[in-house]
Ligand binder design. Sequence first.
Ligand SMILES: [Ca+2]
Length: 97
Amino acid sequence: MSSQLATSIMGLIKVFHSYSGKEGDKYKLSKAEMKNLLQGELSDFLKGSKDPMVYDNIMSDLDENKDGEVDFQEFVLLIVALTIASNEFFIDFQKRK
Ligand SMILES: [Ca+2]
């Protein structure tokens, strides 16, 4: 049986590829694929944002090599940032109890 962490890592990989394979380069997220992924998987994280450009901003932040697509390495950096932010929220919540 896989550990929880190993399962989470495999989950990240599977989610990325289930969206990246829809159009263009199978191993990169186009702008449309990235938006579908954010809306489909991370809407709870993003619905607090009132910025209508949130998806475009995330896309341009992630696309470090400016090729208009997000590769797995760039995607993982978003997940790391969200994970760190979530952990800070979690610790704050724990302290308040
Ligand atoms: Ca693609």
